[in-house]
Design a binder for this molecule. Sequence first.
Ligand code: SF4
Length: 492
Amino acid sequence: MSGTFVGMPAFPQAAREAVGNTTLRGNLRHATHTIRDKRARAVAELEDWAALREAGKQIKDHTLRHLDRYLVQVEEAVTAAGGTVHWAADADEANEIVARLVQETGESEVVKVKSMATQEIALNEALEARGIHAYETDLAELIVQLGKDRPSHILVPAIHRNRGEIRDIFRSEMSEWGRPAPEGLTDTPAELAEAARLHLREKFLRARVGISGANFVVAETGTLVVVESEGNGRMCLTLPETLISVVGIEKIVPRWQDLEVFLQTLPRSSTAERMNPYTSMWTGTTDEDGPRTFHLVLLDNGRTDTLADEVGRQALRCIRCSACLNVCPVYERAGGHAYGSVYPGPIGAILSPQLRGTGSEIDASLPYASSLCGACYEVCPVAIDIPEVLVHLRERVVQGGPAVRGGNRVVLKPAKGHAAERAAMRAAQWAFTHPGALRTGQRLASRTRRLHPRTLPGPGRAWSGSRDLPAVPAEPFRDWWQRTHGGKGGAK
Ligand code: SF4
């Protein structure tokens, strides 16, 4: 059973601990720099990358604008193809549905394809509480699960582990879950992969229920798409008799033709591959081929709240490639656990506070977990302007206080700890709406500038202790403009 993120402290506290861990910093630096350089080369091969990026953005925006229509189309198409569609408003509902479906099969074990949606709703823990064991079959997810750990990266959940640590986890934990690690296992990649393959093989052959997410759902045919690199997904999607797929409602694309864009941008952005090794697609059930029973659980869990926010909704374009994590200087140093969510890094900083609301310390702190350098926006294959959303969410936190998600609305609660910032904003608002007072204040500040302290008193002391306060000019801009332009065109 993996650990959960429940009760995580605010980002600065969690990040401080992570920054002090030199092994973690070394693992992350090595891994993120390797992936980001490979991605840059893979993207540079395509002359039409900018056009593909814009097409991906347009397809996703169009789908989100007409999501109500496409969701109905998905339900009709999946049902017509022999599948059953279930609607889940939140995590509890989704977990209830999946647990009931597994119990109806009489099974107490399931195999899982790597899935962010099921991690988001803590499905493994919910199933475990009902006596059902879920086995992760993606190599990195297996490492996280065996190590009773938490994922720290979207694509490489065990990115914080080095080979030696993985060998130790396999040696000590595999026997508790099934086939033990081979005698004398070393930390070479080939041996570690073989140990995982042997351990998982017996699970694939025994399992009668598979659980997956999906990268895309094609509305016109009700086809689900999973892209992966290891082949474990293909095994989970084809061998069990029952397949249950839990998919966020934002994963829909209208047409097969739209996959032409995403099946180019996703592998290059995530694993720096021209195309990913395994692309599995299935439509309902097919006689004599694959699972006999197929269930699709469509998950909301805060997505319609997010959709209602004009600025924040662009986060729903995300195709979970993780390129933004690999270029983020904050992620590189703080690591994924500090974000307190299965969605770490820049995308997590804008997605978690929208999906969960900003009611907890960690969610209210996430919009500040960025230097706003913009590297995330530059690499995003669907052009999500993450810095814009971060600033927007900071405004929400400061003005409204922590928000708690509730049904389809956002409930605002008074904030603790942001009182000084709110008071400063209110003072600034008053000054900018009283131009006469602002002018008098600016002139007074210019005339007394030699008397100004070089550090701030009280709570501002720590901030100014490591920064130079900007010098006040001898003449306010408005007076300079009046003197040099004779009052024409603006500054009054
Ligand atoms: S926000 Fe963009 S770059 Fe980051 S994971 Fe999502 S699609 Fe990839």
